[in-house]
Design a binder for this molecule. Structure first.
Ligand SMILES: O=C(NC1CCCCC1)[C@H](C1CCCCC1)n1c(-c2ccc(-n3cccn3)nc2)nc2cc(F)c(F)cc21
Length: 233
């Protein structure tokens, strides 16, 4: 039974990433807002575009703290941000949805989202993903590292130096694997299940453009930043 231990530099890397992840989080208030009031499809669409726009800005700040990210080719940095923004948003939404809430709140939240204007056909894949993330009961380190692994995906469109991204991603994968073994000794498959969620996340993210254009509103207005990131308009 090999003794798994996290090295000093791996501990320092996790600390930097987790602190940046917690610092660069848009306020949790979207769940609170949705629990407080029922909004029209128009108001919900506007809320989504506002939240998503600020999430992208936060994501840019967060990536600056990923060790090695700023040493990557500048165009590759943009390609990684563009390629991971939708997945990072769904992953963050899943984490918001999975937060421990007082009894009955999660059900209300789910109801509000179901009635937000998103067309019915996307509800099952979206909530299946949210619930599969919730079942993992990730600690904040795992959440931060999983988001980092998503950003450092080498095979995003237009990435030139995939090897350089792969090397950074492997550094994070290695420390996450060790943390999973230490954090979930009773579940040797935990790390594999965690990575399996990224496959589900990529599939869900394929629907994002259709989810937007099928939103039950007359006029789908996007911020310039979202036009860059979302395959719309
Ligand atoms: O604001 C949200 N998510 C943010 C984004 C940034 C980071 C934090 C959360 C939305 C929200 C906007 C108002 C209506 C109702 C949905 N949300 C979503 C969601 C729904 C659809 C999409 N789509 C993306 C492309 C097409 N659809 N994205 C996120 N899931 C959520 C889960 C929660 F617990 C939850 F609380 C909100 C959630």
């Amino acid at each position: 039974k090999e003794k798994v231990e996290i090295t000093k530099e791996q501990q320092a890397l996790v600390k930097v990433v987790v602190e940046a992840y917690n610092r660069h989080q848009i306020p949790q208030d979207v769940a609170k807002k949705l629990l407080q009031d029922q909004y029209s499809a128009e108001e919900n669409f506007l809320l989504l575009t506002e939240m998503a726009t600020s999430q992208v800005q936060v994501l840019v700040e967060f990536t600056k703290n990923i060790p090695g990210f700023l040493s990557l080719d500048r165009e590759d940095q943009i390609a990684l941000l563009k390629g991971s923004a939708v997945e990072a948003m769904f992953l963050r939404s899943a984490q918001v949805f999975s937060k421990k809430m007082p009894n009955g709140h999660t059900e209300v939240l789910e109801e509000r989202i179901r009635k937000s204007g998103i067309s019915e056909e996307f509800m099952t894949p979206m909530f299946n993903f949210y619930k599969s993330i919730g079942e993992l009961h990730m600690v904040e380190e795992e959440q931060a590292l999983l988001t980092t692994i998503t950003i450092l995906t080498p095979d995003r469109p237009y990435v030139k130096d995939q090897q350089a991204v792969e090397r950074l991603q492997e550094t994070i994968l290695d420390v996450l694997r060790k943390m999973c073994v230490l954090q979930h000794p009773q579940d040797p498959q935990y790390f594999a299940r965690l990575l399996g969620r990224l496959t589900e996340l990529r599939t869900l993210s394929h629907y994002h453009a259709e989810m937007l254009t099928s939103w039950r509103v007359n006029d789908h207005k996007f911020t310039p930043l979202l036009c860059e990131i979302w395959d719309v308009q």
